[in-house]
Design a protein around this ligand. Structure first.
Ligand code: NAD
Length: 482
């Protein structure tokens, strides 16, 4: 244990020790084994990173867009070459299964590919003759230094939603990864260096609250991209906006899946199970409430219960594992407490899977609650664990109305064969990412990614054209030649 390595920050192209003496242990959630120690960087560490990012900005901004795009393409091919290694690091520090980890790295690579299309996506537009002999053109320029603050559940993918897009637009970047999964970020920083992206364009500062607060208020930073829980997102949004920055803050979720009586259960149930229990429920797109439109309820619950009891809970490495551990022992305790709350509130616990009986990893048995009522806290709060609740509804209208009462609005899904029901759902549901017969409706990187209501603070979503808008400022030039 004493030999675990203390991670370093990556600033201006150099690996340097944090000046902070505070550190946290980084355990492997599958076994509790100590992997590393992460420094909780302070404002002096952030200052060094901001100085490095600011120093690198003028030359990087003047690097032609196609040249920047080529370095991002080089990064893309390095990510591809190291996909397996990156996925293994994700399994090790996050606990998800190898399949899930590979899929998530692939999603990050997609965002990097999309970033490389900047010579097209960054283009502005021109209108000749806005008045006689006068033309107006719009150009996009980088905003300056961007900071990305990321959560524990996608250690590679979410940093890759941000850094390649911010950098290709000519910004310099500081990543503050989750202190619970810092190792993937270290690997990413090395690959960025290998891709020929100049020193100072990408910087990595480890840490938690203190580092975040220093980033949110630092006058040398122009924009903040954040993904994490709702209370932190609100804090990030209000603090950074009050200090004059543009902010996008993607927050927590409570996602509903409507199952209609005509749904093809054979095909829908695997999608529902993977949405609710994949990644141990630690996904912002996890479906955590089913709205069963009667008379489908008994049939659906019976089949789900049967399959949940046989879901294999175990180490992410094992090929037959369906549900890995949750991130920390404290989080495990919180999820178990939510399960007790559900029972106390009077929901019917109809199935409980089995978790390995070992004290070292942070395993939680998957649980299915039936007869949940919309006002119960397990139906309203984000649990972020393998717990699925079923609410019975009499009509599609009632199901949509219950879903829309949630303060969150990240994702929602409907399972049906009826186009009219699907259209009604699409039209009325108050959420940002929808699935029709899709349990995890994650938009591909060339579309925007974010929710509505309490699941998002800001205007421009992550990835897609929104990201190009977010990472650039518009300048409009009106010209007349005498
Ligand atoms: P978190 O809010 O605990 O941490 C996110 C980041 O904020 C980390 O880098 C952390 O160091 C920092 N942070 C934590 N507390 C802070 C504080 N008090 N002040 C300043 N900074 C702080 O989130 P998490 O537990 O790492 O991630 C899980 C959450 O993220 C879930 O709620 C999930 O729904 C959400 N999430 C949302 C999306 C989305 O697209 N909307 C995607 C992934 C995860």
């Amino acid at each position: 244990m004493a030999e675990a390595q203390t991670l370093e920050n990556f600033v201006g192209g150099h690996w340097i020790r944090s000046v902070s003496a505070e550190q946290l242990d980084v355990p492997d959630p599958s076994t509790g084994t100590l992997l590393a120690r992460v420094p909780l960087s302070n404002s002096a560490d952030v200052e060094a990173a901001v100085q490095a990012a600011r120093a690198a900005f003028p030359a990087w901004r003047e690097t032609p867009v196609p040249d920047r795009a080529r370095r991002i393409l080089k990064l893309r091919s390095l990510l591809e070459d190291h996909l397996d290694e990156l996925a293994r690091t994700v399994v090790q520090e996050n606990g998800k299964t190898l399949d899930e980890a590979q899929g998530s790295v692939r999603r990050g690579i997609e965002a990097t590919e999309f970033a490389a299309s900047a010579p097209t996506t960054m283009q502005g537009y021109v209108l000749e003759d806005v008045a006689r002999g006068i033309d107006t053109e719009l150009v996009r320029q980088p905003v300056g230094v961007v900071a990305g603050i990321t959560p524990f559940n996608f250690p590679v993918m979410i940093p890759l939603w941000m850094a390649p897009l911010a950098m290709v637009c000519g910004n310099t970047f500081i990543l503050k990864p989750s202190e619970r999964v810092p190792l993937s970020a270290v690997r990413l920083a090395r690959l960025v260096g290998d891709a020929g992206i100049p020193p100072g364009v990408f910087n990595l500062v480890h840490g938690g609250r203190e580092a975040v607060d220093a980033l949110l208020t630092h006058p040398g930073i122009s924009a903040i991209s954040f993904v994490g829980s709702a209370p932190t997102a609100r804090h990030v949004y209000t603090t950074a906006a009050a200090s004059g920055k543009r902010v996008q803050a993607l927050a927590g979720a409570k996602n509903h899946m409507i199952v209609m009586p005509d749904a093809d259960l054979e095909k829908s149930i695997p999608a529902i199970l993977s949405s609710a229990f994949g990644q141990a429920g630690e996904r912002c797109l996890a479906g955590s409430v089913i709205l069963a439109v009667e008379p489908v309820g008994d049939r659906l619950v019976g089949r789900l219960a049967e399959q949940i009891r046989s879901l294999k809970v175990g180490e992410g490495w094992a090929p037959d594992t369906a549900v890995g551990p949750v991130i920390r022992t404290e989080h495990r305790e919180r999820v178990l407490e939510w399960i007790r709350t559900g029972e106390q509130e009077g929901a019917a616990l109809v199935a409980r899977g089995s978790a390995p009986d070992r004290p070292d990893g942070y395993y939680v048995p998957p649980v299915l609650f039936d007869r949940v009522r919309p006002e119960m806290t397990i139906a309203q709060e984000e649990i972020f664990g393998p717990v699925l609740s079923v609410i019975r509804a009499q009509t599609l209208g009632e199901a949509i109305e219950i879903a829309n009462r949630s303060r969150f609005g990240n994702a929602a899904a409907i399972f049906t064969q009826d186009g009219k029901a699907a259209r009604e759902f699409r039209y009325r549901i108050e959420a940002g990412m929808l699935g029709v017969n899709i349990g995890v409706p994650a938009p591909a990187a060339y579309f925007p990614f974010a929710g509505w209501k309490g699941s998002f603070f800001g205007d421009l979503h992550a990835t897609g054209r929104d990201a190009i808008e977010f990472y650039t400022r518009k300048k409009v030039v009106t010209t007349r030649w005498f």
